[in-house]
Ligand binder design. Structure first.
Ligand SMILES: *Cc1c(COP(=O)(O)O)cnc(C)c1O
Length: 413
């Protein structure tokens, strides 16, 4: 059969790759057409936090399907969207009170950026329309999110189209915190009249190569934004829902961003959906007597009832079954297994909550790793010069140990 009708993501389609066909998935296991069973180490891009085929999540989504699977949010409302909004207000940092739903993380960030620009326009300061972001940032694949991103692998073909803003180097080494703060303060003091917002992936940058920086930087950056009248946007699409060990990564710095974006794990990996959550100060700037100040944006599938119903249940299970404790246990296993793991090919190992990344000096060490992993019954995907595990939080200890051992064994071959 022709294998190029489906255009796969981030893929040079000229090469003929074997795509592994999935026929079933359950808990932390993925079953392939050829009969192989793989332990999932990636959670379908960090989203499937409860693993697959969760009976309670299946049940709520099935119940909702039999009522209505979708209804436009223009002119209508429904219980799942209202209840999810109320739940998100309750669990996100104090002060985040209003939620705009959309269908993917990229759109959720896009919405945040549009809101930031219009926030200032509504206050008569339309000149405040630029952004500050972090070097190495990834915020999505749409145009404006590429603009605040910083990854040439993703956007070099569009270099002439993108209207880039300002960038700060995050302090990957805590000794560099003051340097990063200084960099940010210079940009702010010279340009704050042009800047709408500062945007970051708090604590853990994903596509940058799983880089980690301290909460101290985040805390001071937040203060500087307030001081210079610039909004603070936290893109928690990847870090939200426990990945860094706290429910939201902003909690490490005890800050309430002006705008927070959630995605990926929001629906427990069931359906694409995102939430852009704002403070009342942001929300109120859009109130007025006419449409000029209103937020004129409305994804067709925003607030989809299936997505909302499953997200609500996902959050309920997360809390009820003490997932933060499960994440702590995952972290302990990572630490116990990798704290003293040394190999001359490893540059750095980073562990944070339910996440570990191994960065290598040269990505040659990863040649052939993917097929070796599959042969050993695990699903782990090299990314640049890194290897990472972002397991579902329900993963059994022996499955997690297996993931760890497959990586360790690779160095003994
Ligand atoms: C994945 C991701 C996005 C984009 O989300 P999509 O649902 O893929 O559009 C945005 N920001 C961060 C930090 C992400 O990890």
């Amino acid at each position: 059969m022709n294998n190029n009708q489906v255009w796969y993501p981030y893929r040079q389609m000229q090469h003929d790759f074997a795509e592994y066909e999935v026929v079933h998935a359950e808990k932390e296991f993925i079953f392939l057409k050829d009969g192989n069973r793989l332990i999932d180490g990636v959670s379908s891009w960090w989203a499937a936090i409860h693993g697959y085929n969760h009976p309670e999540l299946n049940k709520v989504i099935n119940e909702q399907v039999s009522k209505f699977s979708h209804i436009m949010l223009g002119g209508f409302t429904h219980q799942p969207v209202k209840q999810l909004a109320s739940k998100l207000v309750e669990i996100t940092p104090e002060g985040l009170n209003h939620i705009f739903f959309s269908d993917s993380g990229s759109v959720g960030v896009e919405v945040a950026l549009k809101m930031a620009v219009q926030f200032w326009a509504n206050k008569g300061q339309s000149i405040k329309n630029k952004f500050i972001s972090l070097k190495g940032a990834y915020h999505g694949d749409t145009f404006k999110t590429m603009e605040v991103g910083d990854d040439s692998d993703y956007n070099q073909s569009f270099a002439n189209v993108l209207n880039k803003g300002f960038y700060v180097s995050p302090p990957y080494n805590s000794n560099d915190t003051n340097k990063s703060i200084h960099e940010l303060e210079c940009i702010l003091s010279n340009n704050s009249e042009k800047i709408a917002a500062f945007i970051c992936e708090p604590i853990l940058q994903g596509a940058a190569g799983f880089k980690v920086y301290g909460a101290e930087f985040l805390k001071i950056a937040y203060k500087l934004c307030k001081q210079y009248n610039v909004l603070f946007i936290a893109d928690e699409v990847a870090t939200g829902f426990g990945r860094t060990g706290k429910l939201f990564a902003c909690e490490h710095a005890r800050i309430t961003p002006d705008i927070m974006v959630l995605g990926k794990g929001l629906t427990g990996g069931y359906i694409g959906h995102a939430a852009t959550i704002v403070t009342s100060e942001v929300f109120n700037a859009f109130l007025g007597d006419n449409y000029e100040t209103a937020f004129m944006h409305g994804p067709t599938f925003m607030g989809n009832p299936l997505a909302c119903a499953v997200a609500l249940k996902s959050i309920e299970i997360f809390d009820r079954d003490d997932y933060l404790l499960k994440i702590k246990q995952i972290e302990k296993i990572f630490i116990a297994n990798f704290e003293n793991f040394k190999d001359f090919r490893i540059k750095e190992i980073r562990i944070l909550g339910g996440f570990i990344a191994l960065e290598f000096i040269d990505n040659k060490v990863l040649e052939g790793f993917q097929s070796y992993a599959i042969e050993n019954g695990v699903w782990l995907r090299p990314f640049g010069n890194c290897l990472y595990i972002a397991p579902s939080y329900i993963i059994e200890e022996n499955s997690l140990i297996k993931l760890v051992y497959v990586i360790k064994e690779w160095f003994n071959k």
